[in-house]
Design a protein around this ligand. Structure first.
Ligand SMILES: C[S@@+](CC[C@H](N)C(=O)[O-])C[C@H]1O[C@@H](n2cnc3c(N)ncnc32)[C@H](O)[C@@H]1O
Length: 369
């Protein structure tokens, strides 16, 4: 990632204010039954929402084919793009024309397409790239969402029903897809690291364990901000391997230990802080409590457990967290309210000391033993 040479606006908060979804929501009457159903405004807004997967699947296919990378050097005609991606030229044209109508790509002449700022986010080498996120969402996760109805009827896990195994086992058993999943996590959550470091003071810790730390970029961000600190990256073996390479490339191996393991068994002891960003939300209460209990056992009496999550607020305001919660329903986890976190932590022998909001929409939940 250090070689990335261009930059797009990061996706802080996941669902930035003024996003397309907010715009759609705002077209519809905001309050309960205000004015009733009106085909011109509510109908249009509803149709846009109903067809939301059209756009999402079209973006996925463009991402999978790597169209944005092929346009990095300038506009290209669709026949050329089709030849390079082994696609059908006529169908590819229709895909790109539809995407250009929502600002992803731009038709600059007869069947010639160029990048737009949105399309640039689908390039592989741009900082904040959303390509891997688009690919994972459009492939495995889209298939699992096809069983959302099953989740709502039974409370069960759609991913498990679709693929016959739990999500992280699937990505372990399909390492090439696992690498895309790890990159997707950076795409969707990577923009949270700097706002987290701005909002919460890590300088009082000498050592931090990033438990379920993915490809290591979060820990790298922490260690780069705090040169006196050491870190432990704790991950499943396949993911740890990727993190080892990345942390070495960033020149951080002398301050960072990479430990492979399973956080349901134990986590490495002796760190001042145990950070888990978007880890606890992957699991139901019983499993989340088991992970938290292992962190409590591993930390010293002055230790801290730090969860970085979307804390769900009451009310009807547009919220990325409420949609991420549905995503978590599909894979067997959940987003939680502050009260639900307080109780969960208590179950693991921890006390929620404070909740620090960040500019990225997520909060840092600080817990003590
Ligand atoms: C949603 S991702 C979050 C990654 C990263 N913390 C971030 O914010 O981008 C959850 C992480 O938990 C890791 N994980 C899942 N099960 C695990 C286990 N049993 N032991 C250790 N890590 C695990 C996954 O490999 C994955 O990287």
């Amino acid at each position: 990632m250090h070689s990335m040479h261009r930059s797009i606006e990061s996706s802080q908060g996941g669902w930035p204010e003024g996003s397309a979804l907010d715009a759609v929501a705002l077209q519809a009457p905001a309050t309960e039954r205000e004015g009733g159903f009106d085909n011109a405004s509510s109908g249009a807004a509803l149709r846009q929402m109903i067809g939301g997967f059209w756009i999402s699947q079209a973006i996925y296919v463009a991402a999978e084919l790597g169209i944005a990378d092929l346009l990095n050097g300038g506009p290209r005609c669709v026949e050329e793009l089709a030849a390079q991606t082994h696609a059908h030229a006529g169908a590819l044209y229709r895909l790109l024309r539809a995407l250009a109508s929502v600002g992803v790509f731009h038709e600059v002449g007869e069947s010639r397409f160029a990048l737009t700022p949105l399309a640039e986010g689908l390039s592989s080498d741009v900082e904040g790239s959303q390509r891997a996120f688009a690919v994972v969402m459009g492939a495995e996760i889209y298939q699992a969402w096809g069983n959302l109805h099953f989740c709502v009827e039974t409370g069960g896990e759609a991913f498990q029903k679709t693929f016959g195994m739990e999500c992280f086992r699937y990505f372990t058993e399909h390492p090439e897809r696992g690498r895309i999943f790890d990159a997707a996590m950076t795409g969707v959550h990577g923009g949270e690291t700097e706002p987290m470091l701005d909002a919460y003071d890590f300088s009082r810790f000498e050592s931090v364990a990033d438990v379920g730390g993915g490809n290591g970029l979060t820990l790298a961000g922490i260690l780069q901000r705090h040169p006196g600190m050491t870190g432990v990256l704790f991950e499943l073996p396949g993911v740890a391997e990727g993190a080892r390479e990345l942390l070495a490339r960033l020149g951080l191996t002398d301050r960072c230990r990479i430990v492979e393991g399973d956080f349901f068994a134990s986590v490495p002891p002796g760190c001042d802080a145990y950070l888990m960003r978007h880890v606890i939300h992957d699991w139901d209460d019983a499993k989340a409590e088991a992970i938290l209990s292992n962190c409590r056992r591993a930390m010293g009496p002055e230790g801290r457990v730090l969860l970085v999550e979307h804390v769900i607020a009451s009310g009807n305001a547009p919220s990325f967290g409420k949609w991420l919660d549905l995503m978590m329903l599909v894979v067997g986890g959940r987003e939680r309210t502050e009260e639900q976190y307080r109780r969960l932590l208590e179950g693991a022998g921890l006390r929620l000391a404070r909740v620090v909001p960040t500019a990225a929409g997520v909060s840092v939940l600080e817990a003590v033993g």
